[in-house]
Design a protein around this ligand. Structure first.
Ligand code: 2AM
Ligand code: CA
Length: 267
């Protein structure tokens, strides 16, 4: 699928993320309806309203495209040529449900297994991290001019701030703990935000130097992976092999610490 109109794709991704973020901000102080989806997995009324806003925006612009959204999943082959919008209307649902103010909307467009544009919007801070393939990585704060993003220049693991978030499955938590046991004594400090999309975006923005997770879905990470690559960072699996869309385990960094980082993750 040739890129018919990349700027319009990016505009649509940004508009969809900001629309969904507006819903999340509007409902932030309202009572929550929380439902269980699975073990340690919940959904709120806000997830569905935000999803309707984001999907409405992209479906009206591109009705011929495919859609993969967290609360309305379809079995979709992301390696195929059909342009597919990959949407997480609320990343960090547990934070949102408990009123911890760290959550985001993630919107990406991919075809042939490659993410073309991506936007991660933090509604409470009115910040949007975004990227277009070959067009760099950017941060828009409120209505100010976008600022180009670059990964950090931190040279070694010893000075690095590393992020992670927790999978729901006990076996994968144990795997993350084992990795952390090796990593934590060797890096400056460790952060867990509760929103994988933001935790990943912070590496692209140079706010942290590395991030790993042992169970993410395409909607959590598609936009952020493009952002990190466009900001000059490295994206692999936690064992250091090539990462591709569809793999759930991921390790990203500023590139300079990557060999040390994955060596510690791998054990
Ligand atoms: P969510 O809030 O959209 O559910 C917390 O560890 C972070 O990782 C959140 O961004 C959460 O996404 C995501 N996450 C954790 N376990 C996951 C799983 N099994 N599948 C998808 N995303 C997961
Ligand atoms: Ca998510």
């Amino acid at each position: 699928m040739p890129p018919a109109d990349p700027p319009a794709y990016l505009d649509t991704a940004l508009a969809a993320a900001v629309d969904a973020g507006g819903v999340l901000r509007r409902l932030w102080n309202k009572p929550r309806q929380v439902q269980a989806k699975g073990p340690r997995d919940i959904v709120t009324d806000a997830d569905f309203v935000a999803q309707a806003a984001a999907l409405g925006r992209v479906q009206s612009a591109y009705p011929q495209h495919a859609f993969l959204s967290e609360e309305g999943r379809h079995a979709i082959d992301l390696s195929g040529p059909t342009p597919t919008w990959i949407i997480d209307p609320l990343d960090g649902t547990t934070n949102y449900a408990r009123r911890q103010p760290v959550f985001a909307v993630s919107v990406a467009l991919a075809w042939d297994g490659a993410v073309q544009v991506g936007a991660i919007h933090d509604p409470l801070r009115r910040e949007t991290f975004y990227a277009a393939r070959g067009g760099g990585a950017w941060l828009q704060r409120g209505v100010t001019r976008p600022r180009a993003l670059r990964v950090s220049g931190v040279p070694d693991l010893d000075s690095a701030v590393v992020g992670l978030d927790w999978a729901r499955e006990p076996r994968l938590r144990a795997k993350s703990l084992a990795a952390l046991n090796r990593l934590a004594p060797r890096c400056r400090t460790v952060r867990a935000t509760g929103s994988a999309a933001l935790g990943l975006a912070y590496v692209g923005a140079g706010l942290t130097d590395g991030y790993f997770h042992h169970m993410l879905q395409p909607w959590d990470l598609a936009a952020a992976v493009l952002l990190i690559a466009e900001a000059g960072g490295a994206v692999t699996t936690p064992s250091g092999s090539a990462w591709r869309l569809g793999l759930s385990q991921i390790a990203v960094s500023n590139g300079r610490i990557h060999a040390e980082f994955v060596a510690a993750l791998r054990g």
